[in-house]
Design a protein around this ligand. Structure first.
Ligand SMILES: Cc1cc2nc3c(=O)[nH]c(=O)nc-3n(C[C@H](O)[C@H](O)[C@H](O)COP(=O)(O)O)c2cc1C
Length: 264
């Protein structure tokens, strides 16, 4: 259709990389693209940490649900939702005095601010992903960066009003990854609605999951007691140890973000 759409439609997650380094020129182009992403109020409510230290990458390969390919990725970017920078600037700008003059309490970053900053960080991340794809550089998101917040805070010196929302690994795809078929998506009629949200009924779920269910039944072995693809995804993903750890860790970060401390 056009090269941008072609780039987007041809993307798949890449989890094995050629050992080739990404050139400084290409890194620069990807970061420039990321920083041009739309941002709420033009505030740039995010920070990006380039993880260059191999020891840190090795640590992430463990703390992000044991995914060894993270340690082998030539380029790793950590996207943080970041209100710390603005909050520090507000304090430097004597907003405390302003609030006293106005007889108001100083407002600190709250839940809404966090969600907005997460939007900013993720939009920047996806812009980097597409820019990389256009240069033949593969990528893979690591959502597990939201786990083990205590370790990640120490590892990257993260202050209270930051939130590690996405880690992205970049690198040139190996031949095997290049050849791998793209994953499928659900039919758009189950995802895109007109005017009102549509709760799916049993028949629609049956149709939506038909292919997945067929694949489930052609598998030779099924985990103990699991009879269908819904149970499989529930057991393997939704109620897995990593999902529970992610929730614990996110709760701890939310608690710190919304508690009354000064957030420094
Ligand atoms: C928020 C988010 C978190 C993800 N976390 C991981 C991850 O921890 N490990 C991984 O291998 N892939 C991860 N992925 C990649 C997805 O598994 C992948 O996008 C999905 O299976 C669809 O495949 P595709 O990207 O090749 O089309 C993540 C993707 C997103 C958007």
């Amino acid at each position: 259709m056009n090269p941008v759409i072609d780039t987007i439609l041809s993307r798949k997650s890449i989890r094995a990389y050629e050992p080739t380094e990404i050139s400084a020129e290409h890194k620069e182009a990807i970061l420039r693209a990321a920083l041009r992403a739309p941002t709420a109020g033009n505030l740039m409510l995010y920070s990006i940490i380039e993880v260059t230290d191999q020891a840190a990458k090795d640590a992430l390969a463990e703390t992000c649900d044991h995914q060894p390919f993270i340690a082998k990725a030539p380029w790793v970017l950590l996207f943080l939702a970041d209100y710390q920078r603005w909050y520090d600037y507000f304090l430097l700008s004597d907003v405390q005095q302003l609030c006293e003059q106005r007889g108001e309490e100083l407002r600190k970053p709250e839940e809404g601010d966090l969600f907005l900053a997460c939007c900013d960080a993720l939009i920047a991340a996806q812009t980097a992903v597409i820019a990389a794809q256009s240069l033949g550089i593969g990528s893979c998101y690591i959502g597990d960066i939201m786990e083990n917040c205590e370790t990640h805070r120490d590892l990257f010196g993260l202050p209270t009003y930051t939130f590690p929302i996405a880690l992205v690994c970049f690198g040139y795809p190996t031949e095997q990854q290049e050849q791998r078929t793209q994953s499928t998506r659900f039919d758009r009629k189950f995802i895109v609605f007109e005017d009102r949200y549509k709760k799916l009924d049993e028949d629609e779920f049956e149709e939506m999951f038909r292919e997945i269910q067929e694949r489930f039944h052609t598998r030779k072995e099924h985990p103990e007691g699991i009879h269908n693809s819904g149970q499989l995804i529930y057991a393997r993903k939704f109620s897995s140890d990593f999902a529970r750890e992610m929730s614990r860790s996110v709760r701890a970060m939310l608690q710190a973000w919304t508690s009354d401390c000064l957030g420094t």
